[in-house]
Ligand binder design. Sequence first.
Ligand SMILES: Nc1ncnc2c1ncn2[C@@H]1O[C@H](COP(=O)(O)OP(=O)(O)OP(=O)(O)O)[C@@H](O)[C@H]1O
Ligand SMILES: [Mg+2]
Length: 233
Amino acid sequence: MKVSDVEVWYGKVRAVSDISLEVNKEEIVGLVGPNGAGKTTILKAIIGVVRVAKGEIIFENERLNDFETHEIIKKGIAIAPEGRQLFPFLTVEENLLMGAINGEAWGKRLETIKFVYSLFPRLSERRNQLAVTLSGGEQQMLTIARALMAKPKLLLVDEPSLGLAPKIALEIYKLLEKLRNEGITILLSDQNARRVFEISDRAYVVENGRIVMQGKSSELKEDERIRRVYLGL
Ligand SMILES: Nc1ncnc2c1ncn2[C@@H]1O[C@H](COP(=O)(O)OP(=O)(O)OP(=O)(O)O)[C@@H](O)[C@H]1O
Ligand SMILES: [Mg+2]
């Protein structure tokens, strides 16, 4: 997936500009940056929730700009959104099925749900429980699991560790690694730069709507400014 020179506006306010980034097959790529930097906006542009005013987004040799979100999902991209956005009064299993509502995924839902439960045994045990009764960590798992129900090749994950205890956040990150080992490519946004650098192959630093640094995560985490601003070292 390749994003080239993308710009997004909310009304008269330009949220991001000059955004160019690439996510290669089976990579985990990180997006880090402070509150309001534009991370979520970039993910929303890729999945077609916000319109791109300039630039283009290419996925598997196809330009995504003019497609609607449900069409983009069918092409193989899914999102585990910031703030989770579960259906609180549906069960775990009903939430999962909502993730498969698009096109071909519906026909394969029973097979996919088995796969998802094998990755998330905790969700399997709680399949008949209402989403609202899950713990924060379990809700985050359900958010990712629901996105997987669309059988994505590229998974966008927005702030998966927000509000979670460090131990639970680690568990979520372990799961993301497992997904990558299952062949899923991941673009991960998180304010917690330390965690992102641990898990990702490469990362982009977003500040004030622009990418200000990029590189291998192993190198970024040694950078003097990154250590000071993002890692508190
Ligand atoms: N629907 C909207 N209408 C107007 N402005 C918006 C809207 N959504 C986001 N913005 C603005 O766009 C900018 C980028 O926001 P965005 O949510 O992409 O940042 P972020 O990096 O994801 O932040 P956070 O780490 O807090 O999630 C911010 O200035 C924000 O106020
Ligand atoms: Mg955000």
